[in-house]
Design a protein around this ligand. Structure first.
Ligand code: SF4
Ligand code: SF4
Length: 364
């Protein structure tokens, strides 16, 4: 049977409106399976209010819980920034209220089991939440740009199934956006059968320098499908981006292929969607600056720097840096920095900007 992707026009977060829309969308999708135990995995990147557009809106979660109310449901995530208590995330993101209203348990992924993930003929033992043994995943990403992977939607949200700080450490093993995308694809492939539904919160999305410091954009859609790869593919089309230009989609298609699929609903392309400012930089660096040109590559740089006026000295950036490139007086070491952008992602105060060297400015 052909994969189906349903696109629903939805311009506000009114709970009952979303419930109506989603119920209709899920009927159109005619799910192949509806498991009895469901783990809802939102994007809970930072402890930020729903209006800030960084995390999945709680109204989407409420609607999902209403729809599947006769099932055993839990909500789970495990943010990379472990310096803040998980309780703060649940409260700020609005999930605590939902858990109380619907008597749904909130779970931090602190118990994990190792999975063998093979990337480029090398096997890595990666911890993943052990909840995946008993539960099927209902993946609820936010539609956002991402400075490293260009977009974070269905596939990238699943990276959050890896508990806490391991997510950051992996950036030091898969440094370039391309290598990181290779990992994302193999990780996704390993758990693909445990995901039964993806619902994208694309009502308010983020463009530009996401996933936490971009510009909010009213995209006005919820996109749903059973397989995240098809969902991500259609999301690209929706914002006028050629899917094969996104590394993890390209890698997936080249290695595993995708079948013909059907788009149901209100497909109307969103115009002038802005991708991250780093995209061109990474493209040139990976495509043209081979080892032979390494001396030039040293002058073709982007370095995160702190905007003193915004910085609250919370040390989230310092704590998260996988290669200890940030000193305890918050200075960045350009030689150590691998440009994983974890610091940029984790800063809740838009206090980190990306400074391009002169050569990078000229060419990007
Ligand atoms: S730059 Fe951001 S994350 Fe780093 S200390 Fe300042 S406020 Fe915290
Ligand atoms: S300074 Fe920031 S971008 Fe550089 S390696 Fe550390 S976390 Fe990554």
């Amino acid at each position: 049977m052909k994969e189906k992707i349903v696109i629903l026009k939805c311009d506000n977060y009114d709970e009952s409106f979303i419930y109506e829309k989603l119920s209709e969308g899920i009927k159109l999708l005619s799910l192949k399976k509806t498991p009895n135990k469901i783990l809802i995995k939102p994007n809970m990147l930072s402890p930020r209010q729903p209006e800030e557009g960084v995390t999945t809106h709680p109204s989407i979660l409420s609607a999902i819980i209403e729809i599947f109310k006769n099932k055993k449901i839990i909500i789970g995530d495990s943010p990379a920034n472990i310096s803040k208590p998980i309780e703060e995330y649940w409260i700020k993101c609005g999930y605590k209220k939902i858990s109380e209203k619907y008597k749904v348990e909130l779970k931090k992924f602190d118990i994990s089991m190792p999975f063998d993930i093979n990337v480029n003929n090398k096997t890595y033992k990666i911890p993943i939440t052990s909840l995946i043994n008993d539960y099927f995943i209902l993946n609820v990403p936010k539609f956002k740009t991402h400075n490293l992977t260009t977009l974070t939607i269905g596939i990238k949200n699943l990276y959050g199934l890896i508990p806490g700080v391991t997510k950051t450490i992996l950036h030091s093993k898969f440094v370039s956006p391309y290598d990181f995308s290779l990992f994302l694809v193999e990780f996704y492939k390993k758990i693909e059968d445990k995901i039964f539904l993806t619902v994208v919160d694309g009502i308010t999305g983020m463009e530009g320098d996401g996933p936490s410091s971009g510009k909010l954009r009213n995209l006005g859609h919820i996109i749903i499908g059973e397989k995240p790869i098809y969902v991500d593919y259609v999301c690209c089309k929706l914002i006028g981006v050629q899917p094969e230009k996104i590394d993890f989609i390209k890698i997936y298609i080249e290695k595993y292929g995708i079948d013909k699929f059907e788009i149901i609903g209100d497909f109307e392309q969103i115009k002038d969607f802005k991708l991250p400012s780093t995209r061109k930089y990474f493209f040139i660096r990976n495509k043209f600056l081979s080892k032979l040109l390494l001396p030039i590559a040293n002058f073709f740089k982007i370095l995160p720097v702190i905007k003193e006026e915004n910085c609250r000295k919370c040390y989230a950036c310092y704590n998260i840096c996988p290669v200890k490139a940030i000193s305890n007086d918050l200075k960045f070491d350009r030689k150590k920095c691998i440009l994983c952008l974890c610091c940029f992602e984790v800063c809740s105060y838009k206090a980190i900007r990306l400074k391009k060297s002169l050569i990078a400015k000229i060419f990007t």
